[in-house]
Design a protein around this ligand. Structure first.
Ligand code: ZN
Length: 318
């Protein structure tokens, strides 16, 4: 793996709804602190959704191209909440980034890999997996806490079998979710991913499989045990410089036996912080990470400074 070969397996597409793009965002999310911060950082304006959406994609592309170490990003969609009838529940869907918007953003950009999102509760879930595969999906993203489903329901077995047959890795959020409004936090329990692993799906547990609960890190021992049992289980290191996940980052650094199962990721547009370098007693690393013009390089530097060596890239999995 050469120095420029890193892939960010976890970069979000954000999009305001237009007449054609099939995206949705609730007023609550748009007006809340998270929504307002993203809009401000990305220079987006609800009065100009088309221009804002274009700007977001360009911002991501420019920052990626500034990176010395990361040359590609999997650009993620976000499916909505579905009722027991398998139809989209508009009232409970706070945020939806459609798969068509993901494929449109990736078209003509070699540095983007499409990471569409399919809620297994949707009536046409299997058809949508086939469609996404045919369009070149690199993986399928889910966020069970916000999408309102329990990943271990027996009814999802055909969904996991299809992922396995289509060789589509599943990138699933793990732990508590604070950015996008969450319905049921227990759906972020890593053990709920066991049925997918049992079907042979390549599963990537997001955020190092951490709980996201500051010092109350309960998930990591569970994830490490699962990694020992399932060679098809990986974890990304996205969002792990955030204060609520940084403890797990240092814990992961003490387990070199799983370094070859860790994949690079940032959770773009979430910020990446340099301060973990200080906790690792590296002032030079902190300065270098802080002054990195791209958060992709900042993340790569912090991961190294805390003692984690990434030996595998997402492209090795596909
Ligand atoms: Zn994310």
């Amino acid at each position: 793996m050469n120095q420029r070969a890193l892939t960010d397996v976890h970069a979000h597409l954000a999009a305001l709804p237009t007449l054609e793009n099939g995206c949705r965002v609730s007023r609550k999310l748009l007006k809340g602190p998270f929504g307002r911060a993203i809009m401000r950082m990305q220079g987006m304006d609800p009065a100009d959704p088309e221009g804002s959406n274009q700007r977001y994609v360009e911002n991501l592309e420019i920052e990626l191209k500034c990176s010395a170490e990361v040359s590609r990003a999997v650009v993620l969609g976000m499916d909505g909440v579905y009722g027991s009838d398998g139809l989209l529940d508009d009232g409970r869907t706070e945020f939806l980034v459609s798969n068509d918007a993901v494929f449109a953003a990736c078209r003509g950009r070699d540095c983007f890999l499409p990471g569409p999102s399919v809620n297994p509760m949707r009536r046409d879930a299997l058809d949508e997996l086939e469609r996404c595969k045919a369009l070149g999906a690199a993986l399928i993203k889910t966020l069970p806490n916000s999408m309102g489903f329990n990943p271990c329901l027996p009814g999802f077995k055909p969904f996991y079998q299809a992922l396995s047959r289509l060789k589509l890795p599943l990138l699933s959020h793990v732990g508590y979710e604070f950015a996008v409004i969450a319905g049921e936090q227990m759906f972020g329990n890593p053990e709920l991913l066991i049925p997918a692993l049992d079907e042979g799906v390549t599963v990537i547990a997001a955020h190092g499989g951490s709980s996201g609960l500051f010092v109350l890190e309960r998930n990591l021992p569970v994830l490490l045990g699962m990694m020992a049992r399932y060679p098809n289980l990986y974890a990304d290191v996205s969002a792990m410089t955030l204060p609520n996940r940084v403890r797990a980052l240092f814990q992961l650094a003490r387990h070199p036996e799983v370094f070859d199962r860790l994949l690079f990721g940032t959770d773009y547009p979430i910020p990446v912080f340099a301060y973990p370098c200080l906790a690792a007693f590296s002032l030079s690393g902190y300065r270098a990470a802080r002054s990195a013009p791209s958060r992709f390089d900042r993340q790569a530097r912090v991961i190294r400074e805390v003692g984690i060596t990434l030996t595998r890239d997402f492209l090795d999995l596909t």
